[in-house]
Design a protein around this ligand. Sequence first.
Ligand code: NAP
Length: 302
Amino acid sequence: MSWHLLGAGSLGSLWAARLSAAGHSVELILRNEQRLADYLRAGGLQVRQGEQTLRHALPAGLAGDPLPIRRLLLACKAYDAADAIASVATRLLPGSQVILLQNGLGSQQAVADLLPHSQCICASSTEGAYRENDFQVVFAGQGQTWLGTSPANAAPDWFGELASAGIPVSWVSDIDSRLWRKLALNCAINPLTVLHDCRNGVLRAHESEVQTLCDELCQLLARCAPEAAIGLHETVWQVIDATAANYSSMYQDVQQGRRTEIDYLLNHACRSAEQHGLPLPALKQLQQRLQQYLQQRGLPCR
Ligand code: NAP
Protein backbone atom coordinates (compact mmCIF):
# COMPACT_ATOMS: atom_id res chain seq x y z
CA MET A 1 0.00 0.00 0.00
CA SER A 2 1.40 3.38 -0.88
CA TRP A 3 2.12 6.45 1.24
CA HIS A 4 1.39 10.05 0.35
CA LEU A 5 3.46 12.88 1.79
CA LEU A 6 1.91 16.35 2.14
CA GLY A 7 4.69 18.73 3.20
CA ALA A 8 7.90 17.78 1.40
CA GLY A 9 10.10 19.92 3.66
CA SER A 10 12.77 18.99 6.21
CA LEU A 11 11.15 16.29 8.33
CA GLY A 12 8.75 15.02 5.65
CA SER A 13 11.60 14.45 3.19
CA LEU A 14 13.46 12.35 5.78
CA TRP A 15 10.43 10.12 6.22
CA ALA A 16 9.76 9.85 2.49
CA ALA A 17 13.39 9.06 1.68
CA ARG A 18 13.58 6.24 4.23
CA LEU A 19 10.23 4.71 3.28
CA SER A 20 11.12 4.81 -0.40
CA ALA A 21 14.62 3.38 0.15
CA ALA A 22 12.96 0.49 2.01
CA GLY A 23 10.86 -0.29 -1.06
CA HIS A 24 7.58 1.44 -0.14
CA SER A 25 5.79 3.46 -2.73
CA VAL A 26 5.68 7.16 -1.71
CA GLU A 27 4.06 9.99 -3.66
CA LEU A 28 4.63 13.64 -2.82
CA ILE A 29 1.78 16.15 -2.89
CA LEU A 30 3.16 19.59 -3.69
CA ARG A 31 1.66 22.98 -3.01
CA ASN A 32 1.01 24.13 -6.60
CA GLU A 33 2.11 23.86 -10.25
CA GLN A 34 5.10 26.10 -9.58
CA ARG A 35 6.40 23.90 -6.75
CA LEU A 36 5.81 20.80 -8.90
CA ALA A 37 7.88 22.36 -11.71
CA ASP A 38 10.61 23.28 -9.17
CA TYR A 39 10.64 19.71 -7.91
CA LEU A 40 10.85 18.18 -11.37
CA ARG A 41 13.72 20.56 -12.21
CA ALA A 42 15.51 19.52 -9.00
CA GLY A 43 15.26 15.89 -10.13
CA GLY A 44 13.83 14.60 -6.87
CA LEU A 45 14.48 14.91 -3.15
CA GLN A 46 18.06 15.06 -1.99
CA VAL A 47 18.95 14.02 1.55
CA ARG A 48 22.44 14.55 2.98
CA GLN A 49 23.65 12.76 6.07
CA GLY A 50 27.28 13.34 6.97
CA GLU A 51 29.36 12.71 3.84
CA GLN A 52 26.61 10.81 2.06
CA THR A 53 24.06 12.43 -0.24
CA LEU A 54 21.27 10.38 -1.75
CA ARG A 55 18.75 11.45 -4.36
CA HIS A 56 15.22 10.02 -4.34
CA ALA A 57 13.27 10.63 -7.54
CA LEU A 58 9.82 10.08 -6.03
CA PRO A 59 6.66 10.64 -8.03
CA ALA A 60 4.88 13.90 -7.23
CA GLY A 61 1.49 15.42 -7.89
CA LEU A 62 -0.93 18.06 -6.66
CA ALA A 63 -3.70 18.07 -4.08
CA GLY A 64 -6.33 18.13 -6.82
CA ASP A 65 -5.21 14.83 -8.39
CA PRO A 66 -7.91 12.16 -8.42
CA LEU A 67 -6.15 9.14 -6.85
CA PRO A 68 -7.51 8.19 -3.41
CA ILE A 69 -5.28 8.33 -0.34
CA ARG A 70 -5.14 5.59 2.26
CA ARG A 71 -2.08 6.60 4.28
CA LEU A 72 -0.92 10.16 4.55
CA LEU A 73 2.03 11.79 6.25
CA LEU A 74 1.23 15.42 7.05
CA ALA A 75 4.59 17.13 7.51
CA CYS A 76 3.93 20.84 7.06
CA LYS A 77 4.25 23.45 9.83
CA ALA A 78 1.50 23.56 12.44
CA TYR A 79 0.08 26.84 11.05
CA ASP A 80 -0.34 25.26 7.57
CA ALA A 81 -1.80 21.95 8.74
CA ALA A 82 -5.54 22.68 8.56
CA ASP A 83 -5.41 24.34 5.11
CA ALA A 84 -3.12 21.62 3.77
CA ILE A 85 -5.37 18.80 4.95
CA ALA A 86 -8.49 20.55 3.66
CA SER A 87 -6.90 20.53 0.19
CA VAL A 88 -6.83 16.70 0.11
CA ALA A 89 -9.78 15.88 2.40
CA THR A 90 -11.99 14.59 -0.43
CA ARG A 91 -9.27 12.16 -1.54
CA LEU A 92 -8.93 10.47 1.86
CA LEU A 93 -10.72 7.12 1.92
CA PRO A 94 -12.96 6.23 4.87
CA GLY A 95 -10.72 4.51 7.44
CA SER A 96 -7.57 6.15 6.04
CA GLN A 97 -4.78 7.01 8.44
CA VAL A 98 -2.98 10.32 8.74
CA ILE A 99 0.27 10.80 10.67
CA LEU A 100 0.57 14.35 12.03
CA LEU A 101 4.20 15.42 12.47
CA GLN A 102 3.43 18.92 13.78
CA ASN A 103 5.14 20.26 16.87
CA GLY A 104 3.13 21.86 19.68
CA LEU A 105 -0.59 21.45 20.30
CA GLY A 106 -3.75 22.73 18.65
CA SER A 107 -3.13 21.88 15.01
CA GLN A 108 -3.82 18.17 15.61
CA GLN A 109 -7.35 18.90 16.85
CA ALA A 110 -7.97 21.33 13.99
CA VAL A 111 -6.99 18.60 11.50
CA ALA A 112 -8.99 15.87 13.27
CA ASP A 113 -12.10 18.09 13.18
CA LEU A 114 -11.80 18.20 9.38
CA LEU A 115 -11.39 14.41 9.05
CA PRO A 116 -14.27 12.63 10.79
CA HIS A 117 -13.75 9.46 8.72
CA SER A 118 -9.96 9.11 9.06
CA GLN A 119 -7.78 8.08 11.98
CA CYS A 120 -5.34 10.78 13.07
CA ILE A 121 -2.07 9.58 14.58
CA CYS A 122 -0.05 12.23 16.43
CA ALA A 123 3.73 12.25 16.50
CA SER A 124 6.34 13.87 18.70
CA SER A 125 9.83 13.78 17.25
CA THR A 126 13.33 14.64 18.42
CA GLU A 127 14.89 14.01 15.00
CA GLY A 128 16.53 17.05 13.44
CA ALA A 129 16.58 18.14 9.82
CA TYR A 130 16.84 21.39 7.91
CA ARG A 131 16.54 22.56 4.32
CA GLU A 132 19.74 23.63 2.55
CA ASN A 133 17.80 24.44 -0.59
CA ASP A 134 14.48 23.57 -2.13
CA PHE A 135 14.11 19.78 -1.97
CA GLN A 136 17.61 19.45 -0.46
CA VAL A 137 17.52 18.36 3.15
CA VAL A 138 20.22 17.75 5.73
CA PHE A 139 19.65 15.04 8.32
CA ALA A 140 21.21 16.92 11.24
CA GLY A 141 20.30 15.01 14.37
CA GLN A 142 19.44 11.43 15.24
CA GLY A 143 16.42 11.14 17.48
CA GLN A 144 13.27 9.26 18.27
CA THR A 145 9.65 9.66 17.23
CA TRP A 146 6.74 8.66 19.45
CA LEU A 147 3.39 8.01 17.81
CA GLY A 148 -0.04 7.40 19.23
CA THR A 149 -3.70 8.30 19.11
CA SER A 150 -5.89 10.20 21.50
CA PRO A 151 -7.77 8.37 22.97
CA ALA A 152 -5.22 5.54 22.94
CA ASN A 153 -5.56 2.73 20.40
CA ALA A 154 -3.46 -0.25 19.38
CA ALA A 155 -0.77 0.39 16.78
CA PRO A 156 -1.93 -0.03 13.18
CA ASP A 157 -0.91 -3.28 11.45
CA TRP A 158 1.59 -1.45 9.21
CA PHE A 159 3.43 0.14 12.15
CA GLY A 160 6.35 -2.29 11.91
CA GLU A 161 7.04 -1.05 8.36
CA LEU A 162 8.27 2.26 9.78
CA ALA A 163 10.92 0.69 12.00
CA SER A 164 12.00 -1.69 9.26
CA ALA A 165 12.46 1.35 7.02
CA GLY A 166 14.94 2.69 9.59
CA ILE A 167 12.63 5.30 11.13
CA PRO A 168 13.13 5.17 14.92
CA VAL A 169 9.54 5.01 16.13
CA SER A 170 7.75 3.83 19.25
CA TRP A 171 4.01 3.44 19.66
CA VAL A 172 2.79 4.98 22.92
CA SER A 173 -0.49 5.18 24.82
CA ASP A 174 0.24 8.67 26.23
CA ILE A 175 0.92 10.81 23.16
CA ASP A 176 -0.99 13.82 24.61
CA SER A 177 1.25 13.80 27.64
CA ARG A 178 4.38 13.63 25.44
CA LEU A 179 3.17 16.51 23.29
CA TRP A 180 2.49 18.58 26.42
CA ARG A 181 5.91 17.74 27.85
CA LYS A 182 7.64 18.85 24.63
CA LEU A 183 5.50 22.00 24.51
CA ALA A 184 6.52 22.84 28.10
CA LEU A 185 10.23 22.31 27.33
CA ASN A 186 9.85 24.53 24.31
CA CYS A 187 8.06 27.28 26.31
CA ALA A 188 10.76 27.25 29.01
CA ILE A 189 13.66 27.55 26.55
CA ASN A 190 12.88 28.82 23.05
CA PRO A 191 11.19 32.21 23.72
CA LEU A 192 14.00 33.20 26.12
CA THR A 193 16.67 32.37 23.51
CA VAL A 194 14.86 34.74 21.14
CA LEU A 195 14.45 37.53 23.71
CA HIS A 196 18.03 37.25 25.04
CA ASP A 197 19.39 36.69 21.50
CA CYS A 198 21.44 33.70 22.61
CA ARG A 199 22.32 30.04 22.27
CA ASN A 200 20.50 27.62 24.58
CA GLY A 201 23.43 27.32 26.99
CA VAL A 202 23.42 31.04 27.81
CA LEU A 203 20.13 30.48 29.66
CA ARG A 204 22.28 29.24 32.59
CA ALA A 205 22.86 32.97 33.17
CA HIS A 206 19.08 33.51 33.47
CA GLU A 207 18.43 30.76 35.97
CA SER A 208 15.71 32.37 38.07
CA GLU A 209 13.73 33.36 34.96
CA VAL A 210 13.84 29.74 33.71
CA GLN A 211 12.95 28.36 37.14
CA THR A 212 9.91 30.65 37.46
CA LEU A 213 8.67 29.57 34.03
CA CYS A 214 9.13 25.91 34.98
CA ASP A 215 7.14 26.49 38.20
CA GLU A 216 4.24 27.95 36.23
CA LEU A 217 4.45 25.33 33.46
CA CYS A 218 4.22 22.62 36.14
CA GLN A 219 1.02 24.23 37.43
CA LEU A 220 -0.39 24.16 33.91
CA LEU A 221 0.68 20.57 33.27
CA ALA A 222 -0.85 19.51 36.59
CA ARG A 223 -4.22 20.48 35.04
CA CYS A 224 -3.66 19.39 31.43
CA ALA A 225 -1.31 16.39 31.54
CA PRO A 226 -0.17 15.63 35.12
CA GLU A 227 2.39 12.97 34.11
CA ALA A 228 4.20 15.51 31.97
CA ALA A 229 4.95 17.69 34.99
CA ILE A 230 7.14 15.09 36.70
CA GLY A 231 10.77 16.22 36.80
CA LEU A 232 10.16 19.10 34.37
CA HIS A 233 12.73 21.46 35.97
CA GLU A 234 15.48 18.84 35.80
CA THR A 235 14.70 17.94 32.20
CA VAL A 236 14.70 21.59 31.13
CA TRP A 237 18.22 22.03 32.57
CA GLN A 238 19.36 18.76 30.99
CA VAL A 239 18.16 19.96 27.59
CA ILE A 240 19.79 23.37 28.07
CA ASP A 241 23.13 21.74 28.95
CA ALA A 242 22.96 19.04 26.27
CA THR A 243 22.15 21.60 23.57
CA ALA A 244 24.21 24.46 25.02
CA ALA A 245 25.93 25.28 21.72
CA ASN A 246 22.71 25.16 19.64
CA TYR A 247 20.31 27.88 18.63
CA SER A 248 16.69 26.91 19.27
CA SER A 249 14.34 26.32 16.33
CA MET A 250 12.35 29.45 17.25
CA TYR A 251 15.56 31.50 17.39
CA GLN A 252 16.51 30.25 13.92
CA ASP A 253 13.05 30.99 12.52
CA VAL A 254 13.20 34.58 13.81
CA GLN A 255 16.77 35.10 12.57
CA GLN A 256 15.75 33.95 9.10
CA GLY A 257 12.61 36.09 9.07
CA ARG A 258 10.36 32.99 9.04
CA ARG A 259 7.03 32.66 10.78
CA THR A 260 7.33 30.82 14.11
CA GLU A 261 4.98 28.19 15.57
CA ILE A 262 4.29 30.41 18.64
CA ASP A 263 0.53 29.91 18.33
CA TYR A 264 0.90 26.15 18.91
CA LEU A 265 3.45 26.54 21.72
CA LEU A 266 3.48 29.58 24.05
CA ASN A 267 0.12 30.98 22.89
CA HIS A 268 -1.46 27.54 23.31
CA ALA A 269 -0.06 27.30 26.85
CA CYS A 270 -1.43 30.76 27.74
CA ARG A 271 -4.85 30.01 26.23
CA SER A 272 -5.04 26.72 28.16
CA ALA A 273 -4.09 28.49 31.41
CA GLU A 274 -6.91 30.99 30.84
CA GLN A 275 -9.39 28.19 30.13
CA HIS A 276 -8.44 26.60 33.47
CA GLY A 277 -8.68 29.96 35.27
CA LEU A 278 -4.98 29.69 36.19
CA PRO A 279 -3.16 32.98 36.58
CA LEU A 280 0.41 32.38 35.31
CA PRO A 281 1.94 35.87 35.28
CA ALA A 282 5.48 34.98 34.16
CA LEU A 283 4.21 32.92 31.22
CA LYS A 284 1.77 35.68 30.24
CA GLN A 285 4.52 38.29 30.43
CA LEU A 286 6.81 36.09 28.33
CA GLN A 287 4.06 35.83 25.71
CA GLN A 288 3.59 39.62 25.63
CA ARG A 289 7.34 40.23 25.31
CA LEU A 290 7.73 37.64 22.56
CA GLN A 291 4.70 38.87 20.62
CA GLN A 292 6.00 42.44 20.80
CA TYR A 293 9.45 41.28 19.65
CA LEU A 294 7.94 39.42 16.67
CA GLN A 295 5.68 42.35 15.76
CA GLN A 296 8.66 44.72 15.74
CA ARG A 297 10.30 42.42 13.18
CA GLY A 298 7.20 42.19 11.00
CA LEU A 299 6.55 38.55 11.96
CA PRO A 300 3.13 37.13 12.88
CA CYS A 301 2.55 36.82 16.61
CA ARG A 302 0.08 34.01 16.06
P1 NAP B 1 9.51 22.76 6.63
O1 NAP B 1 10.91 22.34 6.33
O2 NAP B 1 9.17 24.20 6.57
O3 NAP B 1 8.57 21.95 5.61
C1 NAP B 1 7.20 22.16 5.55
C2 NAP B 1 6.75 21.78 4.15
O4 NAP B 1 5.33 21.84 4.10
C3 NAP B 1 7.26 22.72 3.06
O5 NAP B 1 7.88 21.93 2.06
C4 NAP B 1 6.01 23.37 2.51
O6 NAP B 1 6.00 23.60 1.13
C5 NAP B 1 4.98 22.30 2.80
N1 NAP B 1 3.60 22.78 2.77
C6 NAP B 1 3.00 23.72 3.55
N2 NAP B 1 1.72 23.88 3.20
C7 NAP B 1 1.51 23.03 2.15
C8 NAP B 1 0.38 22.75 1.34
N3 NAP B 1 -0.81 23.36 1.52
N4 NAP B 1 0.51 21.82 0.37
C9 NAP B 1 1.70 21.20 0.16
N5 NAP B 1 2.80 21.42 0.90
C10 NAP B 1 2.70 22.33 1.89
O7 NAP B 1 9.04 22.24 8.04
P2 NAP B 1 9.72 21.12 8.99
O8 NAP B 1 10.91 21.70 9.64
O9 NAP B 1 9.82 19.85 8.26
O10 NAP B 1 8.60 21.03 10.13
C11 NAP B 1 7.37 20.35 9.95
C12 NAP B 1 6.79 20.11 11.35
O11 NAP B 1 7.64 19.17 12.03
C13 NAP B 1 6.77 21.36 12.22
O12 NAP B 1 5.63 21.41 13.03
C14 NAP B 1 8.02 21.23 13.07
O13 NAP B 1 7.94 21.91 14.31
C15 NAP B 1 8.07 19.71 13.28
N6 NAP B 1 9.41 19.22 13.58
C16 NAP B 1 10.44 19.52 12.75
C17 NAP B 1 11.72 19.04 13.05
C18 NAP B 1 12.91 19.36 12.18
O14 NAP B 1 14.04 19.02 12.57
N7 NAP B 1 12.73 19.98 11.02
C19 NAP B 1 11.92 18.24 14.19
C20 NAP B 1 10.81 17.94 15.01
C21 NAP B 1 9.56 18.44 14.68
P3 NAP B 1 6.84 24.75 0.42
O15 NAP B 1 8.21 24.18 0.26
O16 NAP B 1 6.13 24.93 -0.86
O17 NAP B 1 6.80 25.95 1.32
